[in-house]
Design a protein around this ligand. Structure first.
Ligand SMILES: Nc1ncnc2c1ncn2[C@@H]1O[C@H](COP(=O)(O)OP(=O)(O)OP(=O)(O)O)[C@@H](O)[C@H]1O
Ligand SMILES: [Mg+2]
Length: 229
């Protein structure tokens, strides 16, 4: 895989083993600002491990990851967590909203953790909830909303800090196809409006169709897939 100039996040020759299991075996990756890249491949092929390495959550055994020209693997833990907080957003298969907080409090949470006042954080949060069409749910708790609504709240929370990269691991994996499509439409529209890059792990061709480019991971190795049209 080539790494074109102007890439925001580049991984080269990533290797990661868990005991006897090889999760990544020379994986490559690159993404431009504003680009949406789908990461596909069979179960156990290393997709989530690749995403976790790219996001600085898991440290690969070897290989290089550069974000904006900085080597992520040689950062200290606190530099890496600062990078995650300020530059990255995350959405997982199950939104992982805090059940005790209302939806608007959930979306505002990353801003509150960064020191914003409650009022300012909730104002910004509501703006994102409007874009994801869940502002009417502001006072509900996650247990009181549907799966698709909860995922849209989770997307709003991931974007509220205006991240440069949104990492999404099977964000529609627990939804029916109609709700999944709505989440994907709003997720990609919102990311494009702020020029955030999106690393989208998915099993579903229908979800990958929202991407600009697809890569396939097999046995811990990645390759570009020509877009099937
Ligand atoms: N924390 C871990 N400890 C031990 N083995 C792990 C761990 N994380 C991943 N693995 C193993 O590494 C391999 C790749 O796992 P990974 O989760 O990256 O796959 P995946 O492509 O995301 O699969 P799925 O589509 O099922 O989510 C698998 O064999 C898995 O069992
Ligand atoms: Mg996975």
């Amino acid at each position: 895989m080539t790494h074109p100039a102007g890439s925001l996040l580049i991984a080269q020759d990533l290797r990661k083993t868990y005991g006897p299991t090889t999760a990544l075996d020379g994986a490559e990756f690159s993404i431009h600002p504003g680009e949406v890249v789908a990461v596909m491949g069979p179960s156990g092929s290393g997709k989530s491990t690749l995403l976790h390495c790219l996001a600085g959550i898991v440290t690969p055994d070897s290989g290089s990851i550069t974000y904006n020209g900085r080597e992520v693997t040689s950062m200290s833990d606190s530099e890496r967590s600062a990078l995650r907080r300020s530059e990255f957003g995350f959405v997982f298969q199950f939104g992982q909203l805090v059940p005790e907080l209302t939806c608007v409090e959930n979306v505002a949470l990353p801003l509150r953790l960064n020191g914003s006042s409650r009022k300012a954080a909730e104002r910004t949060a509501l703006g994102w909830m409007e874009r994801l069409e869940v502002d009417d749910l502001r006072k509900k708790r996650p247990g009181e909303v549907s799966g698709g609504q909860g995922q849209r709240v989770a997307v709003a929370r991931a974007l509220v800090t205006d991240p440069r990269v949104l990492f999404a691991d099977e964000p529609t994996g627990a939804l029916d196809s109609l709700n999944g499509e709505r989440v994907m439409e709003l997720l990609t529209e919102a990311a494009r409006s702020t020029n955030a890059a999106v690393v989208l792990v998915t099993h579903e061709a229908r979800v990958a169709a929202y991407s600009d480019r697809e890569i396939v991971v097999r046995d811990g190795r990645s390759r570009d897939m020509e877009r099937v049209v």
